[in-house]
Each structure stands twice: as C-alpha cells, then as structure tokens.
Design a protein around this ligand. Structure first.
Ligand SMILES: [Zn+2]
Length: 392
C-alpha cells in the first residue's frame, strides 16, 4: 500500500501554510489544491479534457453513489473508476459516510455499521467498514477514505465523542480489511486516509488525532499517507471551523498531506491554507453554476441580474478560463434565461477554474513568501466587494 507509490514533499512554508507536491500512482498533485467533485464519476457537465486544461490535478468520486449505480463491481470490471470515467490523473473516493448519514431513510446505526435504504430503488442496504473498503477497492482510486460516523456540525460534546470514538474503531476495521484486500496480487495501488472527527470540540479533535496516529503505526505499520479533517463546514459558525483547523494543524503530523473535506468556498480555502491544509473539495462551484451564480474576486454574483442583459464583458475580467476567453455575460445570461444546457456548463467551468486558479496563486505566494499579505488583501477585497453574499 505504501512505499514509492505515495510521497509528500514540502517545498516552501510560510507560517503553517505549505506549498508542496503529493505523489500518487497516477501522477503528482501540486498543493495546496482544490479537487473538483465528480460524485457520479463525472464533474457535473465538465469533460475530463476541460478539467485537465484548467489545471485540475486530482478529482473526487463517491463510493455511495457508484455502489448503488452503476455498481462498484461493474466499475472494477471496466478497469476502475479512472478508466471508466476517462480521467487518467489522480483520484480520490469518498467513503459514502456523509451520504449515508444524511439519508432520511437511514435505518439503524450500530457498532457493526449502518443500515439504510437506497435513494434510487428503496432497497435495504448495509454499509460496514469492511464493505466500504471492498467498494472503494473495486473503484480503485489512488486515495480512498475510511468509513466514518458523520454527525451534524453543532452536535453536543457527548454525541460528538460517541461518533468520533466509533469512527476510530471503524478505522481500525477499515485498516485490517484494507491490508487484506491489498495483500492480494493485482490489487490496485491505493492509500487509505483516516478522518479526524470530533465536531467543534477541541479536546475531541486532539484525542482523535492522537488515536489515529497510534493506529497508523500499530504493529510497525507504515504511517498513514495522508490525513483528512471531516465534519466541518456542516452548519457550524466559521470561527468555530477555523478554531478547529488551528487545533488540527497542531495535532496532525506535518509531513503528510492534510485534506479538509467538503470545504470549497474561496474564503475558506485561503483560511484553510493558512492553517496548514493542502487539499480541498466541494460541490459548490458546479452547484453555483446550476443556479446561475459565478465567482469573482469581489464575491459571488448571479448572471440572471438584469444589468448583465447587454453586458459584453466576460464573467470576470482577466480570467483565463475558456468561458471568459470566449463568451460575454450577455450571452451566458441569455443561455441561462433560455435554460440552455451550455449556460450552466460555461458557468461551472468558470467556477471550478476560479478555485483551481486561486490555489495556484496561493502556491506561488507561499513559494514567494508573500502568502500572508496576499491572502489578507485578497480576502479584504472579496468580503468588501461581495455584492450578493447571500444569494443561492
Ligand atoms: Zn472565467
């Protein structure tokens, strides 16, 4: 599972921020990086060629969704999720914990696992740490996430502690199953990332990080190749999220990539980078695109506003994305008003590009030793100019 397949190097640091490179079997990811989300093995409406052209280096897929449809065994038989989806670069699968625990049809949670009904056909299913490892191994992405017990963001200490400790017991079972599956000849070359949970409680975050670290090296095993921070950006206040990132920054080893799950608002990316986070993902940029919203350096704007009806300018002046190089706000507004599919595609393309480019500039700033000044100015402009901070 480890050895030369995975490596993490840090080229430059500024405070807790780091610029580096995460090497996986299918290529190198320059960090910090934003990873577009392809839940169903597709970043909604975007072609892998377009993702590559805008600088995407690693993308996500989701174990829950692909298990239900088309089936992880089918994906395995067709060469794994990368070959199946036409994306030949590094890829990560989420375990489906977040999806399963969000389901209204969630049946029972026990120490063994979770019973739920498929949102597609209502059939009764069970996820356990072991079954999720089998699913993610079938999918075959470079990085797979542990199965964890996900709870609402502002859960009380007792509920957070219960879920965090169960997640660590499930991590031990994930590791055992992962090792068994990958001891087989011909198994995909993958790394398993643990997830630090603990809600908004600093003591639980610290305890989780310590326990996960011990588990990683138990029996002389190679330490985890990367760490994830979960259960943030799920309804808690932003200061609480940033405080937890400070706690995790101090508690998680610095020589491994840190992945902040499900966080992708521009301001949160920069606040995360400042606290030592290397990888981010979020469905927001494509979801924004489907609602007519686009990101700019002065905030989020909706293309449906009437002032854009005759606006010949690109979505954002100076943006190098293929939408802004070719199309006007007036045209994209027209497409959106007419509910033409190209409209949401062009908006999504710009939004994903925006976050990838933001992380590229963060890398450059860290290397130049100017990250803290640059991000302070960037955030001031973004917050001051945010004309529709509450839209969509
Ligand atoms: Zn653009």
């Amino acid at each position: 599972m480890t050895g030369p397949d995975f490596a993490f190097t840090i080229d430059a640091t500024e405070g807790s921020a780091r610029a580096g490179a995460f090497t996986t079997p299918r290529g190198v990811v320059e960090t910090p990086a934003f990873m577009p989300v392809g839940t169903l093995a597709t970043v909604k409406s975007l072609d892998p060629v377009e993702l590559r052209a805008m600088g995407a280096q690693m993308i996500l897929a989701n174990a829950y969704h692909l298990h239900l449809r088309p089936g992880d065994d089918l994906v395995r038989d067709l060469g794994g999720v990368q070959r199946f989806s036409g994306w030949d670069g590094p890829m990560l699968t989420d375990s489906g914990g977040f999806q399963v625990f969000s389901l209204k049809s969630l049946n029972t949670i026990s120490e063994e696992g979770v019973e739920f009904r498929s949102h597609i056909d209502g059939s009764l299913r069970q996820f356990t740490p072991e079954s999720v490892m089998r699913i993610e191994t079938n999918l075959g992405a470079d990085v797979m996430m542990q199965f964890d017990h996900v709870i609402p963001g502002q859960s009380a200490h007792s509920a957070s502690k219960d879920a965090s400790e169960r997640s660590i017991r499930w991590l031990a079972r994930c590791r055992t199953e992962f090792d068994a599956l990958h001891a087989v000849e011909g198994a995909p070359r993958q790394a398993l990332f643990p997830i630090v949970q603990g809600g908004i409680h600093a003591d639980l975050r610290r305890e989780a990080a310590a326990a996960i670290g011990e588990l990683g090296t138990a029996g002389g095993a190679t330490p985890w190749q990367g760490w994830a921070i979960g259960g943030l950006s799920v309804g808690e206040a932003k200061p609480d999220m940033y405080a937890m990132l400070d706690v995790c920054d101090a508690a998680i080893p610095r020589d491994r990539p840190r992945y902040l799950m499900g966080v992708g608002y521009p301001e949160d990316l920069l606040e995360g980078v400042a606290r030592g986070v290397d990888l981010f993902d979020c469905v927001a940029p494509t979801r924004f695109g489907r609602t007519g919203a686009f990101l700019t350096a002065t905030g989020r704007v909706n293309i449906k506003r009437s002032e854009f009806r005759r606006d010949p300018r690109p979505l954002e002046e100076g943006c190098g994305c293929s939408t802004c190089r070719r199309f006007s706000r007036a045209y994209i507004r027209h497409l959106t008003a007419a509910e033409e599919v190209l409209g949401l595609r062009l908006l999504s393309l710009h939004n994903v590009h925006f976050l990838i480019a933001l992380m590229r500039r963060a890398r450059e700033a860290i290397r130049a030793g100017t990250f803290s000044a640059w991000s302070r100015d960037w955030l001031a402009r973004f917050h001051a100019g945010s004309p529709q901070a509450t839209d969509s």
